[in-house]
Design a protein around this ligand. Structure first.
Ligand code: PLP
Length: 414
């Protein structure tokens, strides 16, 4: 990774910060320094206001009502779907299914496409940097079907070894599932190349975009994947909402995975016929307000400029990486050439939980632990790391605060 630092002049981070009320607060008597964005992001006033407006003025159930409020709520909910379709550059709104988040999106594919199409002896290929939510759903599926889970290894920089990934693709591989970016190390995968390789072997491709959408412009047609899923709360939107993109032909051929209201056309005790896409996969009253809030969040980051956000975060990554070299005994885990603004590290003499606790006393929020990626921690021979993850509102001054905080940690434990 090159450490040339270029500061973005066209991005006014101070103005951006004013959109996030929580950033103004203090914690433990200190100004909050929030560096836990890979776990969840803070919400701009625009999203908070949109949720409030929905509940104050528009709340109703969608799709079923003929009255005014139901029409308003339905238009806003379906408008949110269109926003997501455009954001991901999917061909049609039919390809966007609302879910609770990334975890549900992956489980939907495993339980619907996977249960229908996998047979004993088939294989699912993932990589060594996956989040548990892109491991366990495939383990459940493989156990049920007598299929085998294969894992492509990573090198010491935390990059997937693409040649090994390619070697593990055979005519037995039915599904290749991998993250766009790693929450634990920041590694950005060459998703287009991996998709081409998997398709050439005849596998479908599922991309865990939980850490892709917050940091990178996404074009699912350009990537060429079959499924792409992400979570609203990691991209400045509400919790409990996310979306799954799926190619229409695949979604069309898939059985529903949950039954209930809204996903049917007609029900009798003898036979039920299912609704059209995407409603076939949205059983029950959906999370209307948060879907609308998610669309507002995507509009918000779109208004700031995705390229500008990426450049700002990259600047922070390079700046913080360089400054962290000052800390004695600090080892950065994950030095991929293509990297999102996530820095995982260990301190020779201090347990990550102690690092997190001391930093917390300084008002600095980082994450410590295995980051829902226990196999990856084993690969690097560490039980846990500290992780600072930067978002669109973070500043170089906050990276400085982290460095000063770590110096205090060393004073206490060093
Ligand atoms: N995948 C990655 C890479 C993640 O970082 C996360 C959350 O940390 C998830 C999946 C799961 O997302 P959620 O808990 O929002 O479903």
């Amino acid at each position: 990774m090159s450490l040339a630092i270029s500061h973005s002049v066209t991005y006014d981070v101070d103005r951006v910060r004013r959109d996030f009320p929580i950033l103004q607060r203090s914690v433990r008597g200190r100004q909050l320094v929030y560096l836990d964005n890979a776990a969840t992001t803070q919400k701009p006033q625009q999203v908070i206001d949109r949720l409030t407006r929905y509940y104050r003025e528009e709340n109703s159930n969608v799709h079923r009502g003929v009255h005014y409020l139901s029409e308003v709520a339905t238009a806003a909910y379906e408008g949110a779907r269109t926003t997501i379709q455009r954001f991901l550059n999917a061909k049609s709104e039919k390809e966007i299914v609302f879910t609770r988040g990334t975890t549900e999106g992956i489980n939907l594919v495993a339980q619907s496409w996977g249960r229908k199409n996998l047979r004993g002896g088939d294989e699912v290929l993932i990589t060594a940097i996956e989040h548990h939510s892109n491991i366990v759903p495939w383990q459940l599926l493989c156990a049920e079907k007598g299929a085998t889970l294969r894992v492509a290894p990573v090198n010491d920089a935390g990059e997937v070894i693409v040649e090994e990934f390619a070697k593990l693709l055979t005519d037995r591989t039915k599904i290749a599932a991998f993250g766009h970016a790693s929450n634990a190390l920041g590694t950005i995968n060459p998703v287009r190349q991996m998709t081409e390789l998997a398709h050439a072997a005849g596998a479908i491709v599922v991309i865990d975009g939980a850490q892709g959408v917050p940091h990178l412009p996404i074009d699912v047609q350009e990537i060429g994947c079959d499924f792409y899923t992400f979570s609203g709360h990691k991209v400045y939107g509400p919790t409990g909402i996310g979306a799954l993109y799926g190619r229409e032909a695949l979604l069309d051929a898939m059985p529903p995975w949950m039954g209930g209201g809204d996903m049917i056309l007609s029900v009798s005790f003898e036979k039920t016929t299912y609704n059209a896409l995407p409603y076939k996969f949205e059983a029950g009253t959906p999370n209307i307000a948060d879907a609308i809030g998610l669309a507002t969040a995507l509009d918000y980051i779109g208004s700031l400029g995705l390229e500008k956000i990426a450049a700002h975060e990259h600047d922070l990554l390079l700046y913080a990486t360089e400054r962290l070299q000052e800390i004695k005994g600090l080892r950065i885990i994950g030095t991929s050439r293509q990297k999102a603004s996530v820095i995982s590290f260990t301190l020779e003499t201090v347990h990550p939980h102690d690092i997190g606790t001391i930093l917390d006393q300084e008002g600095i929020a980082i994450r410590t632990g295995h980051h829902c990626a226990q196999p990856l921690m084993m690969r690097f021979n560490v039980p846990a790391t500290g992780r600072a993850s930067f978002g669109l509102y973070n500043t170089r001054a906050e990276a400085d605060a982290l460095v000063e905080g770590l110096k205090k940690v060393l004073e206490v434990f060093g």
